[in-house]
Design a binder for this molecule. Structure first.
Ligand code: BMP
Length: 533
């Protein structure tokens, strides 16, 4: 599987190509189908059969490269035709924004319209499900959907914004049957409300709608709001990607880019209008600025259970894992595990673990520390024996491969239809680790850009002064200063009071004790009282 937004394009990207070179949708395997074409037709469209692994690799490379080039060219085109502007703009809401997006102008530029359609068609490859029809959200996305329908030979339906008071009074025009699977096409998503309106109308007419593609995600909570309604969203660009691409093309100065990214972060935070009132302890980052459902859930559990404790259950059998989870469950907000050290892991392990998580109200954190290219982490996250995306609430990753890794995880998360939060490993507790201040600062920046999917860090101190991105700190124990293999321990008091971390991860100090339940209760009460003492 690949993903639509491949991360920012680098200045070293190969020479630009014209939009026309972006080929229409072609399929890599049976799992990724365009609405109509047969497998044979799709292979023909790609100009290659790809039966062997080697051919497949070449196929992936050329597909991705084509998408990169298409995105880069389109970013430039949108900038040049004034569909995306940078400066100072007063929005309808009264807010002053450093950028302005109005894609309606694209209809006057056939070449741009063609490349928009081509990139939507590329995005189709990211879906494992097939679609019978596509439907553009009126009005701006209607010509986009039409261009896509013509270019990709896809049947389309139209959803009326206003129902006529004469004639057929149909809400959905076109040919479809009950249960037809419909893919929504939208130009820009902010809150997701326009898409949801159309989804409501289509569902009321008997169509099945689970997915949408948007050209530009403004990253203001729309993706998460749609997921909450069962709609997986894929975007050609996220606004931060678009800005990064324009910076790499030297069309935006770095200073302006920083200002725009700060604005995006602030706007994301402000978009959380439905946040429940919570009485979160002062030393915790305040959920008031959150627009991340995963983060909100964690804070709500922490508050209800008066626990900022995460137990690292680093045991090696399902029986031990479930035993620890059940014993410490009442005292923790998160259970962290390494699924790959459980010798007898099966889907039953994750099922029973989830049952315990629901029973005791804690979240499951798979400490997988992803550290590969986006394409690989998508598979590591969603496939294999562990199928992490089907049960984990939180996962973590190293930032070293760059933003493509985060995009990959975000993509796999959207496809899974589950809400999962990401933590970046920005610092480590082990002696002699290679992370320096510059690396940590880059993690902070990447995490800000990836909020609300990225909700915080594994680190040893507070990193985000606003507290929006929280810190979970491992390396906590009262009775030891470290182990023989470089682990270093600090006390809860030191990490919470002096270092300003938000959650504590305790492993051997709890599961290695004689009575894990008692030890968990002690760490829970101690850390809570340090916060409130
Ligand atoms: P313990 O408290 O037994 O040392 O366990 C710490 C847990 O936190 C382990 O699961 C380890 O993999 C994890 N961890 C860590 O110790 N240091 C880090 O920097 C990052 C971690 O994830």
């Amino acid at each position: 599987m690949t993903h639509c937004v491949e991360g920012e394009l680098t200045p070293q990207s190969p020479a630009k190509t014209s939009c026309g070179e972006v080929a229409p949708c072609c399929d890599r395997n049976e799992g990724h189908s365009s609405p109509r074409a047969t497998q044979g037709e799709r292979r023909l469209a790609c100009g290659a059969e790809h039966g062997t692994g080697c051919e497949e690799d070449l196929f992936f490379v050329s597909t991705k490269r084509r998408r990169f080039l298409g995105m880069e060219q389109l970013a430039k085109d949108l900038f040049e035709i004034g569909a995306v502007k940078f400066g100072t703009f007063k929005l309808k809401s009264g807010i002053t924004s450093p950028f302005y997006v109005d894609l309606r102008v694209a209809v006057s530029y056939p070449r741009v319209l063609r490349s928009i359609a081509a990139l939507y068609l590329e995005c189709l490859q990211d879906f494992s499900s097939a679609f019978d029809v596509i439907c553009g959200v009126p009005y701006t996305a209607l010509p986009f959907a039409t261009a896509m329908a013509v270019q990709g030979d896809l049947p389309m339906v139209m959803c009326r914004k206003e129902v006529k008071d004469h004639g057929t009074r149909r809400v959905v025009e076109g040919a479809f049957t009950q249960g037809s699977r419909c893919l929504i096409i939208e130009d820009v998503v902010t809150s997701g409300s326009s898409i949801l309106e159309v989804v409501g109308a289509l569902r009321a007419e008997g169509l099945k709608v689970d997915h949408a593609i948007v050209l530009l995600d403004r990253e203001q909570g729309g993706c998460e709001a749609l997921l909450g309604q069962g709609i997986g969203l894929r975007s050609v660009f996220r606004i931060s990607n678009l800005v990064g691409t324009l910076r790499n093309l030297n069309l935006l100065e770095p200073g302006k880019v920083d200002m725009i990214l700060d604005f995006i972060c602030t706007a994301r935070a402000a978009s959380d209008v439905k946040r429940p009132e919570t009485n979160v302890p002062s030393a915790l980052p305040v959920a008031a600025s959150s627009s991340s459902p995963v983060r909100d859930q964690l804070y709500s559990i922490a508050e209800k259970k008066r626990s900022i404790l995460c137990v690292a259950a680093d045991v090696q059998s399902t029986k031990e894992l479930l035993g620890i989870a059940d014993a410490v469950g009442p005292h923790i907000c998160v259970l962290k595990l390494h699924a790959d050290i459980i010798q007898d892991w099966t889907t039953d392990t994750s099922r029973r673990l989830r049952e315990l998580a629901d029973k005791h109200s804690f979240m499951l954190f798979e400490d997988r520390k992803f550290a590969d290219i986006g394409n690989t982490v998508v598979a590591q996250f969603s496939a294999g024996v562990h199928r992490i995306s089907s049960w984990a609430d939180i996962v973590n990753a190293h930032a070293i491969p760059g933003p493509g890794l985060i995009e990959g995880l975000r993509h796999a998360c959207a496809i899974s239809g589950r809400m999962i939060g990401l933590l970046l490993v920005a610092q480590m507790s082990s002696n002699g680790n290679l992370i320096d201040e510059r690396y940590t600062a880059t993690c902070l920046r990447m995490a800000r850009e990836a909020f609300p999917f990225c909700i915080g860090f594994i680190a040893q101190e507070r990193l985000d002064p606003t507290g929006k991105l929280f810190v979970m700190a491992p390396g906590v124990q009262l009775d030891s200063k470290g182990d023989q293999l470089g682990q270093q321990y600090n006390s809860p008091e030191y990490l919470l009071k002096r270092k300003g971390v938000d959650f504590l991860i305790v492993g051997r100090g709890i599961y290695g004790s004689e009575e894990p339940a008692k030890a968990a209760q002690m760490y829970k009460e101690l850390s809570w009282s340090v916060l409130h003492g």
